[in-house]
Ligand binder design. Sequence first.
Ligand SMILES: NC(=O)c1ccc[n+]([C@@H]2O[C@H](COP(=O)([O-])OP(=O)(O)OC[C@H]3O[C@@H](n4cnc5c(N)ncnc54)[C@H](O)[C@@H]3O)[C@@H](O)[C@H]2O)c1
Length: 269
Amino acid sequence: MANNLLAGKKGIIFGALDEHSIAWKIAERCVEEGAQITLTNAPVAMRFGKIQELGEKLNAEIIPADATSMEDLENLIDKSVEILGGKLDFVLHSIGMSLNVRKKREYTNINYDWMHKTFDISAISFHRLMQTLYQKDVINEYGSILGLTYIAAQRTFPDYNEMAESKSLLESFARSFGYHFGIRNKVRVNTVSQSPTMTTAGSGVKGFSEFFNYADKMSPLGNASAEACADYCVTLFSDLTRSVTMQNLYHDGGFSNMGMSPALLEGGE
Ligand SMILES: NC(=O)c1ccc[n+]([C@@H]2O[C@H](COP(=O)([O-])OP(=O)(O)OC[C@H]3O[C@@H](n4cnc5c(N)ncnc54)[C@H](O)[C@@H]3O)[C@@H](O)[C@H]2O)c1
């Protein structure tokens, strides 16, 4: 159901690869709520993903950008402001990739060149993005910047590997930059800590489908879906949450506050 919560707002959505991507659902919901957006993803995703399809459906221009390249980010932001016809109201960072996970290196046998690259793609890109937006001063007052994260930043999930530290760093950047953006422009910066979700990035983690079912049983509301995440992000981009900033917000069906669930004991429902 659309409520025009984002009527007149302009934003950039990173990370829609295919229809399973969380960013794909968020982009659809933002437009349904009246926003005008540009879409972006890494140049390689233009070949392997389906972003063109989404662009046509949402009447949104696609501007390729490698989130680790300052030049690409500057070009993306300049073009978005030009295409959308003014300053931005919201930006979604929905990017995650681990080289050690992809190449099946165990946490106790890390390749450090790959770890650097993982941090750059999955976390430092958030700082790069915010710094570029800040220096160009292209976010309207009470604008909203969101990054997607996972609870492995706070608790140990062994198969999440170096992505755990990536997410800790990402969340810390949200707090630190949230201060600077808040003081100068009243811009909000938050991270949304989402349930396990069946996407390309998610299913790259070892044992993902077993873990997905575990988390579903552990959460009183069950795993939060990508569609529900999109609804939540819309509220965080809207004017209804203007005093929420520098927070890591769990969107996980209650998982983060559970200790034990009878549903996981043998024979439990
Ligand atoms: N799927 C889950 O279980 C889950 C849970 C919590 C949080 N998240 C987070 O949600 C976000 C989105 O992931 P998803 O699950 O929708 O998977 P996804 O694979 O659909 O999205 C990840 C995106 O990152 C993009 N990307 C990778 N390298 C990039 C680069 N150098 N520059 C620009 N973009 C790049 C990919 O092209 C892809 O679109 C990630 O931050 C992920 O960690 C996912």
